[in-house]
Design a protein around this ligand. Structure first.
Ligand code: SF4
Length: 323
């Protein structure tokens, strides 16, 4: 399958802590997304999901930098591009939407103005650009009238639809959606997910969907990659991962879903917390929370194992080869 996004061995460092050390916060993230394919990056807050998306779009804050790896978007290495090349690629090849649309819309310009300014095709006339804006507004389920409104005149769901319109106005190959429904009520969130499904088909889009909700993701993406402490610990087809999770962290994430409760049962959580990047545990970063922990887990990092089409990082599925 033709690849739209390939992330290879991506390592990201936080430049300095108070002891002037560099701290590795993404530790060799690897995954790929094919044409018209969707992948969800799933994990608790602090697992590195948003950081991965920011690194892909080269939107990392100044104190965080990519140390190693490649990010190929439609075959072009994003990490090697000049700022000008990057500006062209953002929007044209990949669009991004975020959790809080109100923070990304400019309150002093109309919606139409902001979508119009996002159009990169300089060959279009003013009239053609305006038509493109109105067409894309209709594609995201809004009316022409929204073109003339200011962001504060819209609901949260309408604002998120405007963000999606801006991300799609240049017909990109990839949409990156970072927790796009977290700030919305359940019904509005469901509407946004339905919209994403329709738009993927209509625009031939590939999707990188970032969420803490593995159940939500499994309902509409092709593949799920589970992140923990700056690493991907399991990647598989969404149905396979939900039916037969291999990594103990994935197993716990699924066991804690509300739909898994029996009547009268207490809410389940994963005991402990995501490790602090400043003082990670030795060996497998999940070992302080893992019910299957073995001695080796406290000493060594588990290898990446391929098992029945699933990629998993855990000693339960293979031990290092003795040399
Ligand atoms: Fe648990 Fe060990 Fe697997 Fe880590 S490597 S998830 S501690 S069994």
């Amino acid at each position: 399958m033709e690849k739209v996004l390939e992330v290879r061995e991506l390592k990201v460092d936080l430049k300095r802590d108070e002891h002037r050390r560099e701290i590795e916060i993404l530790k060799g993230v690897e995954f790929s997304i094919g044409k018209k394919e969707s992948l969800a990056l799933v994990g608790e807050s602090g697992s590195g999901k948003t950081l991965t998306a920011m690194a892909i779009m080269r939107l990392l804050p100044e104190n965080i930098s990519v140390k190693k790896g490649e990010v190929l978007l439609c075959g072009m290495n994003i990490l090697k591009m000049s700022q000008k090349e990057l500006r062209d690629v953002r929007g044209l090849k990949a669009g991004m939407i975020f959790q809080e649309p109100s923070s990304y819309l400019n309150p002093v310009f109309t919606v139409g103005n902001q979508i119009y300014e996002a159009i990169k095709d300089t060959s279009l006339s003013v009239k053609e650009k305006k038509k493109r804006c109105i067409d894309v507004l209709k594609d995201v389920g809004l009316t022409e009238e929204i073109y003339y409104r200011y962001p504060h005149q819209l609901s949260g769901g309408q604002q998120q639809r405007v963000m999606i319109a801006m991300a799609l106005v240049n017909n990109p190959s990839l949409l990156i959606a970072d927790e796009p429904t977290t700030a919305l009520d359940v019904t509005t969130a469901a509407g946004i997910i339905e919209l994403l499904k329709v738009l993927m088909e209509r625009y031939g889009l590939s999707l990188l969907f970032i969420t803490h909700d593995i159940s939500l993701a499994s309902n509409f993406v092709d593949k799920i990659a589970v992140m923990y402490a700056g690493r991907i610990v399991e990647i598989a087809n969404a149905k396979i991962i939900m039916d037969t999770p291999l990594h103990p962290y994935t197993e716990k994430l699924i066991a804690c879903l509300p739909e898994k409760y029996n009547p009268g049962e207490n809410i389940k959580t994963i005991e402990g917390s995501v490790p602090d990047f400043h003082s990670p545990p030795s060996g497998c970063p999940f070992h302080p929370r893992c019910p299957y922990v073995m001695n080796i887990c406290r000493k060594s990092e588990p290898p990446v194992i391929m098992k029945d089409g699933v990629i998993v990082r855990c000693f339960r599925y293979g031990m290092p080869v003795e040399t």
